[in-house]
Design a protein around this ligand. Structure first.
Ligand SMILES: Cc1ncc(C[n+]2csc(CCO)c2C)c(N)n1
Length: 236
């Protein structure tokens, strides 16, 4: 079994839990609360900024020009392509995307996840960076495919979250995911068991935080006590 296949297999229970999460199930059944959508998009705008920066660190630590080109392309998908699912969510919640970009405090889970990716990327090497960005890619492609199948989304363009689900099941997503797992497998061919365990724990922590990110939005998680005295920052 390849290293990436082992990562996916060992984290199977987390992928299943994400699919079962009420946020994802409410997307499936077109009943996701407006407050959950707004909280998700506001936090996700900041999360995606960090995600793009982590790809940037991939360029900084790349060993070849092909690897640089891969990260360069993936950055443009995050900064432009990912607007499609965000616009879909805003349409359903009847809010303007521009309003979602106004500064709000970073919620605890988003903060944790963003710091996890940045720390892994700044302190690690290319395999650590890939392990930090993979859960985001892989969990969405995974539940996207499950949703598309269960809701027979191809025959239901009128589904409220059709664009969101279709985006994460597109060929572009699948090929991006494959590029990352192929590179991870190639880079870890001669890696020690100790280093592999470390890379796996970066991946697992990211999968856990993907679950928690949905929880965060579903419960509109906030710092306690109330954060009104803290500086609001959206430049993350
Ligand atoms: C918390 C969080 N996790 C995953 C995604 C989805 N996503 C963001 S970037 C990317 C790679 C391809 O652009 C994918 C799949 C999200 N929006 N927010």
């Amino acid at each position: 079994m390849s290293f990436s296949a082992k990562l996916r297999s060992d984290a199977g229970f987390l992928f299943d839990a994400i699919y079962q999460h009420p946020f994802v199930q409410d997307i499936a059944h077109e009943r996701l609360a407006r407050e959950a959508i707004i909280h998700y998009v506001q936090q996700d705008v900041m999360y995606l900024n960090t995600y793009a920066r982590v790809y940037g660190l991939g360029i900084a630590k790349a060993q070849t020009r092909e690897q640089m080109q891969m990260f360069h392309h993936l950055i443009s998908v995050v900064l432009t392509g990912e607007l499609v699912p965000h616009y879909n969510l805003c349409r359903v919640a009847k809010v303007q995307y521009e309003d979602m970009k106004r500064p709000v405090p970073v919620a605890p889970t988003a903060h944790h996840y963003m710091r996890h990716m940045l720390t892994s990327a700044y302190t690690g090497q290319l395999p650590d960076i890939i392990a930090a960005v993979l859960p985001c890619f892989w969990t969405y492609v995974d539940f996207g495919r499950r949703l598309a199948k269960e809701m027979d989304i191809a025959s239901h363009p009128e589904h409220a979250f059709y664009d969101w689900i279709s985006f994460y099941t597109s060929d572009e997503m699948l090929s991006g995911l494959k590029q990352l797992t192929d590179l991870l497998d190639a880079l870890t061919e001669n890696t020690s068991a100790e280093d592999l365990a470390n890379i796996q724990s970066i991946f697992n922590d990211g999968c856990r935080m993907e679950y928690r990110f949905f929880d965060m939005a579903y419960t509109q998680e906030r710092w306690s006590p109330a954060e009104d005295t803290l500086v609001e920052g959206a430049t993350q």
